[in-house]
Write a protein that binds this ligand. Structure first.
Ligand code: LLP
Length: 433
């Protein structure tokens, strides 16, 4: 097994001491932060295209479609970039479907996953003719049949297999174990195929698997795909035609320079090629994090240094509402000052202004000594950053900026207070239900 990391993306280099953190995709971040108030998210378009390119070349020769997991970063400009690169979408809600279509991703490159698709969502997706429903329960299969029949359309469906594989990642983002809510067992899927003649308006001819996220070794992928491949062979033997296999997402990235060693796209695709040898139908992939995580940074300024009773706190203007991952998963994100001025280092607990102890980005982290007003980067925030943001503590959603070759475009301006409270109103018109 090769353990080489993917080529470092765009300008932000992961080598800690000597790296240039001032420039990202050719843009001077100090200058950018003078124009756009912190905190804000910045994404490198070049880095995203580089990742798409790496995966596309690894897939060379295969009939494969990359469907970006919209939940990782649903900004329309990011989705437009995906559309222009020929990438489709993996969606989990009608909102994501509307975003994908709005950004120009064609319906025939959209797949719909999730255990709780509502009848309205299924109907909406049927009406635009998406490529495939990744069906996760018998009840959902029956609902799909009923709604497709009512509309006199044929729904294309894949069964999401729960292969009972440990993805060896954080428990909250592991999805492929039998105790998890996702997918169905191979035994159950076998029954669906045996009875598929009863489905007049659902073409059940696909398999889907997604075992979790931020997976840093090939083994879980190999194991899951071997189980899916064995089932595919069994189905073919039994006379079923399987025209698509969706291998999900999950490829991990480097959050901690020098420690995280992600698998290379070519090695990952190598595992798919080996496991599915002899399969000539369409292959679908649903990467989210791999395409965008390392292409994003969160720019934030030091509000103040607080000497606490036991610890030194570096209080930032970014908080858990802008980036939830450290609070929710104890996730590590590298944090660096943008300025490379030589300074002694010290140890800080790096926190935000939100009123809970969980609003902590890092504990006891060694950093060059900082002062109020210093600009810092929280790295690896391009995936599951803004998409999990909230207005907790009535903090507005941060701006998002796309960078490319020395230029920048604001792709979401910071939320105005009026937008934050839009929809709220005093309790004036009391009614009875
Ligand atoms: N396909 C399905 C069906 C999924 O549920 C997911 C992610 C993906 C694809 C994309 O996975 P990726 O390639 O990004 O690993 N908020 C968490 C991650 C949750 C992932 C949920 N599902 C985090 O910040 O780590």
């Amino acid at each position: 097994m090769r353990t080489n990391e993917p080529t470092p993306v765009a300008a932000i280099d992961s080598a800690p001491a000597t790296a240039d953190h001032r420039h990202f995709d050719g843009v001077d971040l100090e200058k950018l932060a003078q124009r756009i108030p912190t905190p804000f998210h910045a994404y490198s378009a070049t880095a995203i295209r580089q990742r798409i390119g790496e995966l596309q070349s690894a897939l060379d020769g295969l009939d494969a479609t990359i469907c970006f997991a919209v939940k990782a970063n649903p900004n329309l400009a990011i989705l437009q970039l995906m559309a222009n690169a020929g990438v489709g979408a993996d969606i989990v809600s009608i909102g994501e479907l509307r975003r994908a279509l709005h950004a120009g991703i064609p319906a025939d490159r959209i797949v719909f996953s999730g255990v709780g698709k509502s009848a309205d969502e299924i109907a909406g997706a049927l009406s635009v003719g998406i490529a495939r429903f990744n069906v996760e329960s018998l009840d959902e299969l029956h609902t799909l049949q009923r709604l497709a029949q009512a509309r006199q359309v044929i729904a294309r469906a894949a069964v999401r297999i729960n292969p009972d594989v440990d993805a060896r990642t954080h428990a909250k983002i592991s999805t492929g174990k039998s105790e998890n809510k996702f997918g169905v067992s191979i035994e159950e899927a076998r029954r669906w195929f045996a009875e598929r003649k009863q489905l007049s308006h659902v073409q059940l001819n696909g398999l889907h698997v997604h075992i979790g996220s931020q997976i840093l070794s090939l083994e879980p992928f190999r194991l899951a795909l071997q189980r899916v491949a064995a089932f595919w062979r069994e189905l073919v033997q039994a006379g079923h035609s399987i025209t698509s296999i969706d291998v999900g997402g999950g490829l991990g990235v480097c959050y901690r320079a020098g420690t995280d060693r992600p698998v290379a796209a070519a090695d990952y695709v190598g595992v798919i090629r080996t496991a599915l040898a002899g399969y000539h139908g369409r292959l679908l992939l649903e990467p989210g994090r791999y395409l965008v995580a390392e292409a994003g940074v969160l720019l934030t300024r030091v509000v103040r240094i607080k000497t606490g009773i036991e610890r030194q706190f570096l209080v930032l203007d970014a908080a858990m509402n802008d980036l939830l991952r450290p609070s929710l998963y104890d996730a590590w994100h590298d944090i660096v000052p943008v300025s490379d001025a030589a300074r002694p280092t010290t140890r800080y607990d790096i926190v935000g202004p939100v009123c809970e102890t969980g609003d902590t980005f890092a504990r006891d982290r060694e950093l060059p000594e900082c002062a109020s007003g210093d600009l810092l980067l929280i790295k690896g925030t391009g995936a599951y950053g803004t998409s999990m943001a909230s207005t907790y503590n009535s903090r507005p959603l941060a701006a998002e900026v796309l960078l490319q070759d020395g230029r920048y475009a604001v792709v979401r301006r910071r939320q105005h207070f009026e937008e934050m409270i839009a929809g709220e109103q005093p309790a004036r018109n009391w009614e009875t239900a």
